[in-house]
Design a protein around this ligand. Sequence first.
Ligand code: HEC
Length: 422
Amino acid sequence: MDADFLIPVLWEWLEFAVRWLHVITAISWIGTSFYFIALDLGLRKISANEDGIAHENGIAGEEWQVHGGGFYNIKKYTVAPSHLPEHLTWFKWEAYATWISGFALMAIVYYLGADIFLIDDNKMAMPIYLGIFISITSLGITWIIYDVLCKSGIGKSSNLTMVLLFGYIVVLAWGFDQIFTGRAAFIHLGAVTATIMAFNVFMVIIPKQKIVIAALKAGETPDAHYGFVAKQRSTHNNYLTLPVLFLMLSNHYPLSFSTEYNWIIASIVFLMGVTIRHYFNTIHARKGNPIWTWFATLGLFIIVIILSVYPAFKGNMNERAEITISQANLTKKQAELAKAENFDEIVEIVYTRCNMCHAAEPYYDGIVIAPKHVILETELDVLKHARQIYVNSAISHAMPPANLASMEIAERILIAQWYEKN
Ligand code: HEC
């Protein structure tokens, strides 16, 4: 079997497999993290014998839970139990595996596919290796800035830290949008935030927990400061979770990432993360029912919707610089596809069968923005998206959806031959 067929097929399946893994690990991480936050907030301080059960000393609170046919009695010790149990279940691989699989997925989609997904020549032309370098560096730098902030005097004020962190996120959202495609800008904002979260577990929460355990084993009283630091970081993680999920899903919705004010939209999402989490945190702590948070969330969401379509803002949203094939950075494969004898014919097929939806200004009824922001209206677009066109309309018949554009089998075969033979 030849490579021109095998590579796109394996690429597609590798991406799917890693995405599957990433979603599974993320569910486990967020699941345990939400569970423990709710548990912690909901612990009841029951005085001894109130429920007829004697209580040990040093218990901060407990909760009775019923799940899957069993009853569970969970107790939390203020700092640590008087003697360490032999078996201790740790929760860390959920976080590590989510970060590792997420980074792998980012590499597959945005580094291997950098020419269409990471770098936008209309915004800022740069060689692929530079784009990848900026991407990786941004993850490291953000972690360092955040960590220094938390450890500084400012870190003692939880609210001030959050406000400064938010300011940084807004700057970052704007900055990413200046250098990367809108889609990559959103993913990167999500990825740096998720890196903060995973590194909080890896570099702070787990190491501090180990220090506490070592102290206990040595018969010493652990420093309560470690508890404070771990709590601070897990509170940040709690508020950052929902925005990260939004950003990770955003690539399906071009109105979010490829409109003029996308960076403001991304920033507002972080505020919605706070209003939504605040509701659940309050409920779980049994401190009331702050319905106002839902109105705040709805208000923010409406602002997001307006920002994505407000005509006055739409201005140059669809402006694309004219870049000719000779000016563009093409891969060897793409250059060969451009030289193919029947290239003109392929371009014609794409124009007639795809263009009504995949254009800067689609004219298919009900489509207001190019789906997934895949725009196919120049020869260069066709070359840059060649692999996707091949996978979506030649190997599979995913496109046009329900064959709305009446694409003929002969045309699919032509695309397959064009891609495989060049
Ligand atoms: C009737 C409108 C319409 C036509 C015509 C159409 N598409 Fe699409 N295309 C869509 C929609 C809607 C989506 C988003 C699907 C989704 O959300 O999974 C999409 C998604 C895509 C994607 C992104 C797939 C992904 O998962 O990243 C590619 C690539 C694509 N289309 C290529 C084509 C090609 C090539 C043609 C012509 C042969 C074509 N489309 C014709 C509506 C259309």
